[in-house]
Design a protein around this ligand. Structure first.
Ligand code: ADP
Ligand code: MG
Length: 583
């Protein structure tokens, strides 16, 4: 006999759906806030305990749920929203009628609701799928949803929860995205009794400033572009302002915050040629797409979309950002293009003869060729004694960014001064750190850095470890951090940029031990900030010192982001490239 087929019980069905819809506390938070937005609330408060694992409370002042409908609200596939059953015109965030029953299957859910104008509120509690009676309750206009002991009824899922800290971060990110999607709604988020943000109803640019940080937002440029009947609006940062992670990217499609890989990719492509690998653009983008050109019913969590014209949307984003990046303000920060193929043989050398001896070749090269693009290149007189070193004697600095040097064997070396210095400082920091503590330099005037409160909290939680890295910080009111000392070798520190990048790093890796566990990336981050920038003019002595340092430093061939620090063209390679050999 084959095994019998039977219908699953509603409780099991809800548990299965819970696995898809409520994958972690952040997902429950998102669903409850979406319900509050759909209910037309103008103010939403979210209170989390232990990252939402122990308790999530979402309070809104929306339309409420009639007492007679409370029991129905937690039934599977029960919704007040789906007017168009063809699933084309979906104007609400919810429509599947799955969130409340899924939450109720995995946790203890209480709804207390009072439609405005009613005398009293009513409440209902469901625990692990068992529905209690509806009873009168005290409550203000609107709805309060309380979720307790998430996943106590689904132990398999409970095992996959991360630390309360990591879950709180994820929930905060979810609310951050929703708050960006609805700037006209006031949001307050409290996590373990700390106010993470509290923003009034405001215009979109003010909301972006509140949630991206005021300084960052001030540098962002507005964009507004159409492609057929699709509209793209929002703000995007110039190429000179980037982040260590994708944390400051928000996409809202037809009012819905999404985490869509296609949109992220389009943004990445738009910035591809202008920002360094490993850095991420900053943008708050909003797309309005005709409802029939969009399918939101791709994923139970509704965070990914299917676009009828995905290619068109990509072109729209790339085109609009491309135009924005062409604006002079961003161009000023970007170095001009590398002069094309400067690597021509010295004019004095007749084809077919042996090349001149190295030092003469070096001099000839400089004299004959650099004159023609003098503004981009600065020639210096090479010190012949230095050619014996592997990275040779510097002969010129190109674009205030690359050091050109010639070694004794005639090899031509091009060094990226920023990448090289970054590696040197990282190695030095690493050595100092493993010897105990990175030397720090107290600031004469401590610097106050404004940060989103959650970022500030993340950094302060790591203050002790940061101190071992030479970075001394203290709390300075909500959303501000006082920097008392920076790693000693840091020359012109951008304390704010450094703190933001470190906060991103912690947010991304989540655990309290982040800094220790990700010491490499923290060191790399520090190194990047304390290194000489591309675009700085170096003296011949500085160039030579940099090359000598590199020769003495381990792993000097790549920078902390894995890019090469120098390129070496041996005499043989040069001869081959010019067809003098192997023909
Ligand atoms: P959906 O949002 O897809 O309709 P849910 O399970 O999230 O499904 O919610 C079921 C129904 O409960 C909603 O359609 C709505 O009528 C009602 N509801 C849920 N939360 C709220 C709220 N905060 N305010 C008013 N009504 C709500
Ligand atoms: Mg819903």
């Amino acid at each position: 006999m084959p095994p019998a087929i039977r219908l699953l019980s509603p409780a099991t069905i809800n548990r299965i759906a819970a696995g898809e819809v409520i994958e972690r506390p952040a997902a429950a938070v998102k669903e409850l806030v979406e319900n509050a937005l759909d209910a037309g609330a103008s103010r939403i408060e979210i209170i989390l305990t232990s990252g939402g694992i122990a308790r999530i409370e979402v309070i809104d002042n929306g339309c409420g749920i009639a007492q007679s409908q409370l029991a129905l609200a937690i039934e599977r596939h029960a919704t007040s929203k789906l007017a168009d059953e063809a699933l084309v015109r979906i104007s609400t965030l919810g429509f599947r009628g799955e969130a409340l029953p899924s939450i109720a299957a995995a946790a203890r859910l209480t709804l207390i609701s009072r439609p405005p104008g009613q005398d009293a509120a009513a409440r209902i509690t469901v625990a692990g799928g068992a529905v209690g009676a509806v009873s009168p309750a005290a409550g203000a206009d609107g709805t309060r949803a309380i979720v307790e002991d998430l996943f106590y009824a689904t132990p398999a899922r409970k095992k996959f929860l991360r630390t309360p800290r990591a879950e709180a971060d994820a929930a905060e990110r979810a609310v951050w995205r929703l708050a960006l999607s609805a700037p006209g709604v006031a949001f307050r988020l409290v996590s373990d009794e700390r106010v993470m943000f509290d923003v009034p109803a405001q215009a979109e640019p003010a909301r972006v400033a509140a949630l991206f940080g005021r300084e960052t937002a001030a540098a962002m440029l507005p964009l507004d572009a159409w492609r057929e009947d699709i509209r793209l609006t929002g703000l995007a940062a110039p190429a000179s302002l980037t982040r260590a992670t994708m944390a400051l990217q928000s996409f809202v499609v037809n009012g819905r915050p999404v985490l869509d890989p296609q949109l992220r990719m389009s943004l990445r492509l738009a910035y591809r040629d202008v920002i360094a690998p490993g850095r991420h653009p900053i943008a708050a983008l909003r797309l309005e797409i005709p409802e029939d050109a969009l399918d939101v019913n791709v994923h139970p969590a509704k965070t990914e979309l299917r676009f009828a014209d995905a290619g068109g949307i990509r072109s729209l984003i790339m085109g609009a950002i491309g135009r924005l990046l062409e604006r002079p303000v961003s161009l000023a920060a970007a170095p001009p293009a590398f002069p094309s193929l400067a690597l021509r043989p010295p004019a004095s050398t007749t084809p077919g003869t042996m090349p001149a001896p190295p030092s003469a070749a070096a001099r000839g090269f400089a004299e004959a060729e650099f004159a023609s693009f003098a503004p981009a290149a600065r020639q210096i007189t090479p010190d012949p004694t230095l050619t014996t070193h592997p990275l040779g004697a510097p002969v010129a600095q190109i674009l205030d960014t690359y050091i050109l040097s010639v070694a004794a064997d005639g090899a031509l070396v091009i060094t990226d001064q920023h990448a090289a210095h970054e590696r040197l400082t990282e190695e030095r920091l690493r050595a100092e750190f493993s010897a105990g503590r990175v030397a720090s330099q107290p600031l004469l005037v401590p610097v106050v850095v404004d940060l989103p409160p959650a970022d500030a909290m993340r950094l302060l939680a790591q203050a002790a470890t940061l101190a071992r890295l030479g970075l001394e910080i203290e709390a300075f009111g909500p959303g501000a951090v006082l920097v008392r000392a920076l790693p000693a070798a840091l020359k012109n520190p951008d304390a704010a940029g450094l703190l933001r990048d470190l906060a991103d790093e912690f947010a991304e890796h989540g655990t309290p031990a982040a800094l220790e566990a990700h010491l490499d990336s923290a060191l790399a981050r520090l190194a990047c900030h304390r290194s000489i920038r591309a675009g700085r003019r170096l003296t011949p002595e500085e160039m030579s010192a940099l090359l000598r340092d590199m020769e003495a430093t381990p792993r000097a061939g790549t920078c902390s982001h894995g890019r090469p620090t120098f390129l070496k063209l041996s005499r043989a390679e040069l001869e081959k490239m010019f067809g003098r050999r192997g023909m």
